[in-house]
Design a protein around this ligand. Structure first.
Ligand code: G4P
Length: 532
């Protein structure tokens, strides 16, 4: 790479923003996504994201899942531009049963927007996702939604976020009333009044600059609510945490906005601040060293695999997040797990709604690689130096099922189907050391229904589930071979290997798990492990 392209690399990296939206179902993630895409010019009409969600919602209906997956290849990553920035919005499936997938998507973002329903406050799924963000200290911007409804008092929501999620809040805007009395927001930093008109987004020059809240125009516009706003602003000036860029970037403070996504209110304010403060692609740890985005050699890792998106072609796409260097179509790269050199001939970008071929891409961008069964989640691709990016987790399943084939002749297909679904991260599989039945493990039970349906429709396997009485699974590691062998001998009937041949202890009860971990202090029982 010559000097000019190095400069270009830095510039392109600087203008990338790769983020995900975290929220509890129904807080307004889909609505907000849609408004963001509208501002970015990626969609022309409200309703397109919504329509997709409607089909995704009916998870019990297989056709709906199929349909949703068909469309969701383009929705898994949405790239759009806003001002000078290229934004990559990674979809984080909201349903808790798909949470493992969501967790992994969050390993590929540099920041997150957290949507909170002002009526409900912090909800369980948000709490879980926040824990994941905390693993990597991901910076988070908060959007408190549905101010057009009667909800919790703003200060109570802030308290709720601070106490439940253990993150300091720095309000950047403040609501004036709520529900029927919702008049808009006052931007505490820009000292601007954003007035609310249901169903409309104010243009930037519609915003009223009010440097001092004693300005009599406030009384004219807000009537009796002007006094409330003055009181609130005075209180906040004394008591609220000022925004601190460093604390935001290290994940200990979240700037807070209020608005109403459905009414397009507060979304532009959020987006304007987002492009200003959200971090560009950050350095990433690999097993041997830290990798910096501005490095000239290309590198990236796979955080998601999606199969059979086009039922006619059965193609599988590996989603790769670029961590450093410039990607060029046709580039030859090294695949760390296999050590082989491969050519990335027809990678896909996710510009606007359509899949397009990527001619070039930069750190922070996501490209889709056609996968014929050789790529796994967590795999790293790099230009010359063989790298392996760490930090893509796999979670121990909490639910288990035994698979029984209805026709023994289909054993081969079952193996193939399961193998591919495992590789995609849709399900986990365990082969008990004793016995021949496969045990499937999932983080959420819905994964079982989806797996069975897909085994049937995509692989022609007619099978049924039987209960598998396990309470937990743990990956077992030990450097002392003798001790490990002794454990294997003692606990043989509860041992299995996973798809990558790693030893797993399938605990019949949590009590037993505790007992065995006390009995075998030299062994580690891992609840999460990294793909490697
Ligand atoms: P999700 O992706 O987080 O699950 O939430 P989604 O955007 O689908 O929003 C969930 C519900 O909340 C939707 O209503 C949506 O219209 C509504 N909503 C989103 N933003 C606001 C807001 O600012 N104010 C109010 N009052 N409602 C909001 P729904 O009845 O489930 O769907 P629909 O019939 O409106 O499509």
């Amino acid at each position: 790479m010559n000097a000019i392209s190095e400069k270009q690399n830095r510039q392109e990296t600087e203008r990338r923003r790769t983020f995900g939206i975290i929220s509890h179902p129904d807080a307004g993630k889909t609505t907000l996504t849609e408004k963001l895409l509208l501002f970015g010019g990626a969609i022309q009409m409200a309703g397109s994201v919504k329509a997709r969600k409607a089909s995704r919602h009916a998870a019990s209906d297989w056709m709906a899942i199929e349909q949703a997956r068909g469309i969701s290849v383009t929705s898994s990553v949405m790239q759009f531009s806003y001002r000078d920035c290229q934004i990559n919005l990674l979809d984080t499936p909201g349903h808790q049963d798909f949470s493992e997938d969501t967790y992994r998507v969050l390993t590929a973002v540099d920041s997150a927007v957290m949507v909170i329903d002002s009526v409900k406050g912090v909800e369980p799924q948000t709490r879980k996702l926040m824990e994941v963000c905390r693993m990597r200290n991901t910076p988070i911007i908060t959007f408190i939604n549905k101010l057009d409804r009667e909800g919790m008092a703003p200060l109570d929501i802030i308290d709720d976020i601070e106490n439940t999620l253990q993150i300091e809040c720095a309000p950047l805007s403040w609501p004036i009333g709520m529900g029927k009395r919702f008049k808009g927001t006052y931007n505490l930093y820009r000292k601007e009044l954003n007035l609310f008109t249901p169903g409309q987004e104010r243009l930037p020059d519609d915003v009223l600059t009010i440097r001092d809240t004693s300005d009599p125009r406030l009384d004219e516009i807000l009537g009796s609510q002007a006094a409330e706003l003055r009181q609130d602003v005075e209180l906040l000036e004394g008591a609220a945490n000022p925004f601190d860029m460093e604390d935001f970037l290290n994940g200990s403070q979240t700037p807070v906005f209020f608005g109403s996504a459905i009414n397009n209110f507060g979304v532009r304010e959020l987006l304007d601040t987002f492009v200003e403060i959200a971090p560009p692609p950050q350095p990433r740890p690999a097993a041997t060293r830290m990798v910096y985005p501005e490095e000239k050699e290309f590198s990236g890792f796979v955080f998601k695999i999606q199969a059979n998106m086009d039922p006619a072609h059965r193609d599988r796409i590996a989603f790769l997040r670029i961590c450093s260097g410039r990607f060029e179509r046709g580039m030859r790269v090294r695949h760390h797990r296999t050590g082989k050199t491969v050519q990335l001939a027809n990678p896909i970008t996710f510009m606007a709604q359509d899949r397009e071929f990527a001619e070039e891409a930069w750190p922070g961008d996501i490209i889709g690689i056609h996968n014929h069964g050789t790529i796994c989640i967590g795999d790293t691709f790099s230009e010359k130096e063989l790298l392996w990016f760490t930090g893509v987790p796999s979670f121990a399943p909490e639910h288990f099922r035994r698979v029984r084939l209805k026709s023994p002749l289909k054993a081969k297909q079952l193996k193939k189907g399961v193998h591919q679904l495992v590789e995609e991260g849709a399900i986990q599989v365990f082969q008990p050391v004793l016995g021949s039945d496969l045990i499937l493990g999932a983080v959420g039970v819905l994964q079982f229904d989806v797996t069975m349906e897909r085994l049937k429709t995509e692989y022609g396997v007619d099978a049924a589930y039987e209960p598998a009485e396990y309470a937990a699974a743990r990956w077992v590691r030990c450097t002392d071979k003798k001790k490990l062998d002794a454990f294997k001998k003692a606990c043989q009937s509860h041992l299995a290997t996973d798809a990558r041949g790693e030893l797993v202890y399938l605990a019949p009860t949590l009590w037993r798990l505790n007992y065995e971990s006390e009995q075998w202090p030299d062994l580690t029982f891992l609840k999460t492990r990294e793909y490697q």
